[in-house]
Design a binder for this molecule. Structure first.
Ligand SMILES: [Zn+2]
Length: 494
């Protein structure tokens, strides 16, 4: 009989200082065989679980999967709903292993390690006999409580992320290896209270060599698998920082050496991992001087990092400098969407929008034309990052101010993919300037459209981390002077 794997859960990345609680309506929810069909082949962690199951002739049980873009902490009630569904499914016991496509950087209103709590609850039901593995984002916050109930955890090895599916396959294969008796996971983990702030792509800079070292350790079979988590920068939780995992196959010594060496490399590069982004004015000047189009990541209000998505900073800058080139700029403002919807497409109105949560630049008050309104506009990611992912824009209006087309939405989106614009009738190939609410991942998916650059703008997701009233995470580098004393965690048994 074919093996069966229980999968699903809840995935979101949280920002401690975003006051907007993430409610159920922000989640895309899938379940059952339809979820499997919908996500087959997608370059997401769930897509990876599905493809690995298909290749291994394994049947999947998907009680539910809630996924949302980043934002404020998730409402407790939403987490409890998912937890209850997964726990009920676990009680049925009709599966051989559990493989969870989660994020690892989620918070709820009251939990600072909800992933650990979910896995612990599942573990309490299935016992030690059933392997539980998970795939997390590279920006996850991983600590002892996360690792304790898990047999194996894999994190993305790329930023911008392009190995979501591959990461889930690592988690899936680990579970199968445990069942087959070919993999006996032993874990050496190290933790360091430190943030990387900007120069932390895996395409260039210090992380290139660090990941090369990790890959070589796996290739030489010194260790079974390595994950390097560069924690999301806006998580005010105890024990927050960098996490390195090295799994051995029954042998811990090399795993410990590799984990410690990688953390030492991260620490040695601590100052190189901090970087300033290019100046917005300089980038816009280049637009005036050249024919090519530019796609700008608004560093200060990245929904991809949990920002509210309503910053008017770039728009006010364009208006003040009389830019008259075709521009698409997204702003989240549910009230403005309602007003535009009532006015109807084709009508001119005066509108006050944006800047309600992002207070670095005032709301825009201007007359313009509502050129489109709609809801549930389907989006399919071109990729490569999250390619094939299917989602939708809930409610939107396109508001034109001369050549500037403001995409107003009732929910915040990161716009990591050009298809968000096509979904509302805006052709990315026609724009000279496109603004996104992402700092890394959009760069992969927009590279074919034009020049991609993340500009230094102020706001809740800028790396000016001094702006926050940290209560739990400190002391950490670079806000505080710390010594190199990484915490260690070793697990020798399953
Ligand atoms: Zn990430």
């Amino acid at each position: 009989m074919a093996r069966r794997v229980l999968t699903g859960g809840i995935a979101q990345e949280s920002h401690s200082f975003n006051p907007i609680v993430t409610l159920r309506e922000r989640f895309t929810i899938v379940e059952g065989p339809a979820a499997v069909e919908l996500n087959r082949g997608a370059n997401s962690t769930f897509g990876g679980v599905i493809d690995a199951a298909c290749e291994g002739d394994v049947d999947l049980v998907v009680p539910t999967l809630f996924r949302a873009q980043s934002g404020g902490p998730v409402q407790d009630r939403v987490f409890e709903e998912v937890s209850e569904i997964m726990v009920d499914a676990a009680k049925r016991g009709d599966f051989d292993a559990v493989v969870l496509p989660l994020h690892g950087g989620m918070l709820t209103e009251s939990l600072e390690d909800p992933e650990g709590v979910l896995v612990e609850r599942l573990r309490a039901i299935v016992g030690r006999a059933v392997p539980i593995t998970a795939a997390f984002d590279l920006h996850a916050h991983v600590k002892e409580s996360t690792l304790e109930p898990l047999d194996f955890l894999a994190g993305y090895l790329t930023n911008p992320h392009e190995d979501q599916s591959a990461t889930a396959k690592r988690a899936f294969q680990a579970a199968m290896g445990i069942l087959d008796g070919t993999f006996t996971p032993v874990l050496a983990a190290t933790f360091l209270p430190m943030l990387t702030l900007g120069n932390d792509t895996t395409l260039s800079g210090p992380l290139v060599d660090i990941h090369a070292y990790a890959r070589e350790a796996v290739r030489q079979s010194r260790v079974y698998d390595v994950s390097i988590f560069n924690c999301q920068q806006f998580l005010d939780v105890d024990g927050m920082g960098q996490t390195v995992l090295a799994y051995g196959n029954g042998e811990i010594d090399e795993a410990q050496k590799v984990a410690n060496e990688i953390m030492r490399m991260i620490w040695n590069h601590r100052d190189d991992l901090v970087e300033k982004y290019p100046n917005l004015d300089d980038e816009l000047r280049k637009v005036r001087e050249s024919e090519s189009s530019i796609i700008i990541g608004d560093q200060g209000d990245r929904v991809a990092a949990g920002g509210p998505g309503d910053s008017t900073y770039v728009l006010n800058h364009l208006l003040a400098n009389c830019f008259e080139v075709e521009t698409y700029i997204p702003i989240c403002d549910p009230d403005a969407v309602e007003i535009c919807s009532r006015a109807g497409a084709g009508n001119r109105i005066a509108l006050n929008f944006g800047g309600k949560y992002s207070t670095v630049s005032p709301s825009v008050v201007v007359e313009g034309k509502v050129s489109g309104v709609g809801e549930n506009a389907p989006v399919v990611y071109d990729g490569p990052s999250d390619g094939g992912t299917k989602t939708y824009i809930a409610k939107y209006a396109v508001f034109e101010i001369g050549s500037i087309k403001v995409l107003l939405t009732n929910q915040p989106y990161a716009y990591i993919d050009p298809d968000y614009f096509r979904a509302v009738g805006l052709d990315p190939e026609h724009a000279k300037i496109i603004v996104t609410r992402s700092g890394y991942h959009f760069q992969l998916n927009f590279a074919k459209i034009g020049r991609v650059v993340t500009a230094d703008t102020p706001g809740m997701t800028s790396y000016d981390i001094d702006q926050f009233a940290w209560r739990h995470a400190r002391p950490f580098y670079p806000l505080d002077r710390i010594e190199f004393e990484p915490r260690q965690y070793v697990r020798l048994r399953r």
